[in-house]
Ligand binder design. Structure first.
Ligand code: 5RP
Length: 299
């Protein structure tokens, strides 16, 4: 029979106060453990930032350039991403379940590029998001758009459902063609998402006063990459955004449409997690690109 525990043999460290650390992510300290754990699957706690690889474009654009074959074009890049942003269809069909980073599921949809985009609705049930082990659900919010209120309601529904299960919500500010892409608009759209419960917000970088967008938003902001730019310019964009308070990037076309996507995503990581200057990141991109070309030629 086991002997009764003897307190003499134990050390309770009674003189050491128990650690009580605040959570590393802006605006997230009062969230529950499960939600914080999921946000830690998205954001790296060492840098406080994330490189999200976005390839959900097919949900309204179909097989756009670079996404014709996700299994061939994207799966090799997933090793360099902190998080994947994608639809449940692509997750189930094309991403190995052994992937260990965060999953941000596209959770709104409906209209294609042929229609009025702001007419989106919620496009997934919370049960399926739980089943797919989502860390967050991403929903498009069209501030100033024709269906502004509907899109906001989509987001607040997802916030409520996500909070029930500890799944974060990413509010994606979708800027309609008729909107001016400036700091004033981004401040308005980001702040509305945060006030109405988004765990973090995706917006576009703007050249002037972007730091006012990040500072007036009480949750982290990540930037979308937008249309394909020359690689050096895309690295500058990411650098400017993180230096002005963005908690990382949610980048798609500027990675998967780059001349060498694996080199590009690694250079973006350097900018986001190691504060590499654009020139150094571009040098890294070129070095990795040449290495890749040499290896391919040797095969
Ligand atoms: C589509 C999205 C995309 O994920 C987002 O725009 C990021 O991709 P890109 O860097 O190509 O703009 O939200 O609605």
């Amino acid at each position: 029979m086991a002997e009764a525990d003897s307190t003499e043999a134990k050390n309770f460290h009674s003189d050491v106060p128990m650690r009580s650390e605040s959570f590393f992510l802006k605006g997230s300290n009062n969230l529950d453990w499960g939600m914080k754990n999921r946000l830690s699957q998205i954001f790296d706690s060492r840098s406080g930032r994330t490189v999200m690889l976005a390839f959900d474009h097919g949900y309204f654009m179909g097989p756009t350039s670079g996404l014709e074959r996700v299994d061939l074009n994207i799966v090799p890049l997933t090793a360099y991403a902190d998080t994947l942003m994608l639809t449940r269809g692509i997750l189930r069909t094309s991403i190995p379940p052994t992937y260990r980073g965060g999953i941000v599921l596209r959770a709104s949809g409906g209209p294609s590029i042929l229609k009025e985009l702001s007419a989106e609705e919620i496009a997934i049930s919370i049960d399926d998001a739980v089943r797919l082990n989502a860390a967050a659900m991403a929903v498009q919010v069209f501030i100033g758009g024709e269906h502004e209120t509907r899109s906001i309601h989509n987001m607040t529904r997802l916030v409520d459902l996500g909070n029930r299960h500890g799944i974060a919500t990413l509010g994606v500010t979708a800027v309609g063609r008729e909107m001016v892409r400036d700091a004033k608009y981004m401040r308005l759209a980001s702040r509305i998402c945060a006030e109405l419960g988004a765990s973090y917000v995706k917006t576009y970088y703007v050249d002037e006063d972007f730091e006012t967008v990040t500072s007036s938003c009480p949750v982290p902001i990540v930037i979308a990459g937008g249309k394909k730019l020359p690689e050096r310019e895309a690295l500058e964009l990411a650098h400017n955004a993180v230096q002005q308070g963005a908690a990382g990037v949610d980048m798609g076309r500027n990675i998967f449409q780059a001349s060498h996507p694996a080199a590009m995503i690694q250079a973006v990581r350097g900018v986001v997690h190691e504060n590499l200057k654009p020139k150094d990141a571009y040098d890294l991109f070129q070095t990795l690109q040449h290495e890749g070309e040499r290896k391919a030629a040797a095969r």
